[in-house]
Design a protein around this ligand. Structure first.
Ligand SMILES: O=c1ccn([C@@H]2O[C@H](COP(=O)(O)OP(=O)(O)O[C@H]3O[C@H](CO)[C@@H](O)[C@H](O)[C@H]3O)[C@@H](O)[C@H]2O)c(=O)[nH]1
Ligand SMILES: [Mn+2]
Length: 465
């Protein structure tokens, strides 16, 4: 006889067990479903309910061989899952020799398609069929396995459990150690690899989302690995905040798919909610906590959602130090855009280049030597005096003047001031207007403005009309 097998070590996984059971019915599974459980850790009402419901063809109490982690420090500080302290009890599957073949499913899996064909696969009792783990694909995930119960294998697994620490502190480490001992030499592996679609392990930090969408129609089973399970109320609130999480088809995400199955459960004529109320009686704190979370959630107004961006599926939070500001990176250093050239930088760079090229001293000296030097036709300052010394008779007359039309080096003619006064008349107009506007009114003002010394002041007074 062959069967599907589930495991319930204590009460909190009951919603999962019920959902898997319902999903197996939905996929029209033709094989019986059995449940391994710990009578000591699952409350009595739950057991009574499960017995009465006839959901399982066999309820197998494994209290005589509950296996506690043989490496609790690994569970706590490496795997960070102290809650998995008893999952090594999965080994008990191999002692159920009244079954010729078992398809084992974790309580946090969700079969989407019929799996009966797996019972027809022939393999040796020393082998196991399983799919790769998404976290380390050279290892198999032990949440979905096809196996043949066998006392030799069971005993060897028990010996390994007693002699060697499981490298993950739980069953997946030990089972890979046994069935998949040497990752480098495929020949001696006793792991028969199932495609990933048989146990699609979901990871909220990273998922190859395009493949999840591409192969969604082919996926046979989802597996909600990790500490947070779909029935966890805090997960429901996270999902409400980010409805795009693991969206796969028909605008639904995988958790909504799980919840649809869960909502459709009926246990012994009552809904799963009523069934769970009975089974949760012995855990008042948890029920209150769940109700409190739900109350808070219903009170919150639904907010419009921003456009869906799926980068969370490709991006893992960096574990290294955050990048620090460095001056040479420019102000936009935090933006993910590559640093492009700025117009002004280009301009200044090219000007710099021009300058170094055109302000070559030899060229400059040559240009200056070409300047059109004329003898002064008019001493502009003496006909348009502004300052007292310009009016002074003792003032030294200029001997040279430069024509406005000279051939300056091109770099100098680029300077706007030069260009503006290229035309001599413009220069005269400018000075004339300045003359009007700026001419000081009184002797006192002139003395102050020009900070004249004693002698200059006296000269000024002599000149004053
Ligand atoms: O308090 C508990 C804990 C576990 N289980 C059962 O044990 C299974 C394994 O625990 P789970 O939380 O599903 O573990 P995962 O998050 O799936 O972690 C991975 O690592 C575990 C330890 O190696 C393996 O058992 C899993 O198959 C593997 O997917 C559950 O599905 C349940 O059937 C309970 O009934 N009650
Ligand atoms: Mn699991």
């Amino acid at each position: 006889m062959s069967a599907y097998a589930l495991l319930l070590l204590e009460n909190t996984y009951l919603p999962g067990v019920l959902a898997v059971r319902k999903a197996l019915s939905d996929t029209k599974a033709q094989f019986p479903v059995i449940l391994l459980y710990s009578a000591e850790n699952v409350n009595k009402d739950t057991i009574a309910l499960l017995t009465a419901s006839k959901l399982f063809s066999d309820l197998i109490n494994i209290d005589d061989n509950i296996l506690v982690s043989n490496s609790p420090h690994t569970l706590e500080s490496v795997l960070n899952r102290p809650d998995l302290a008893y999952t090594l009890s999965k080994i008990n599957l191999w002692r159920l020799v009244e079954y010729s073949k078992l398809v084992y499913l974790d309580a946090d899996t969700l079969p989407l398609q019929n799996l009966d064909h797996l019972f027809a696969r022939n393999f040796d009792a020393s082998q196991v069929m399983a799919a790769p783990d998404c976290g380390w694909p050279d290892l198999f995930n032990s949440g979905f396995m096809v196996l043949q119960p066998n006392m030799t294998v069971f005993q060897e697994l028990m010996d390994l459990y007693e002699s060697t620490e499981s490298f993950d502190g739980a069953d997946q480490g030990l089972l890979n150690h046994y069935f998949n001992p040497d990752l480098y030499h495929g020949g001696i592996s006793r792991w028969l690899r199932l495609p990933f679609i048989y146990n699609c392990t979901l990871n909220s930090h990273y998922e190859y989302f395009p493949a999840l969408q591409r192969y969604f129609q082919d996926i046979k089973l989802f597996h909600f690995i990790g500490a947070k399970k779909p029935w966890d109320p805090t997960f429901a609130s996270q999902l409400r905040k980010d409805p795009s999480l693991f969206k796969v088809a028909d605008n639904k995400n995988v958790y909504q798919i799980w919840h649809e199955v869960y909502e459709s459960i009926e246990v012994d004529g009552s809904s799963q909610t009523e069934a769970l109320k009975i089974t949760e009686k012995s855990e008042p704190d948890r029920v209150e906590a769940v109700e409190a979370v739900e109350a808070v959630e219903t009170a919150v107004e639904p907010q419009p959602q921003p456009p869906i961006v799926h980068h969370q599926y490709y991006y893992k939070e960096p574990e290294s130090e955050p990048e620090k500001y460095e001056e040479n990176r420019g102000e936009a250093w935090k933006l993910n855009e590559s640093r492009g050239p700025n117009k002004w930088e280009d301009a200044s760079e090219s000007e710099e280049e021009d300058d170094t090229r055109e302000l070559d001293t030899r060229e400059l000296v040559h240009s200056l030597s070409q300047l059109d030097v004329e003898s002064p036709q008019d001493d502009y300052a003496s006909t348009h005096p502004i300052f007292p010394w310009e009016k002074s008779a003792a003032r030294q007359k200029p001997t040279r003047s430069f024509s406005a039309r000279t051939s300056l080096p091109s770099s100098l003619t680029k300077i706007p001031f030069t260009a503006a006064f290229d035309d001599g008349s413009e220069l005269e107009n400018y000075i004339a207007s300045r003359d009007q506007a700026d001419r000081p009114e009184t002797l006192q003002e002139i003395k102050q403005d020009e900070q004249l010394d004693e002698q200059e002041s006296q000269e000024l007074e002599k000149l004053a009309p």
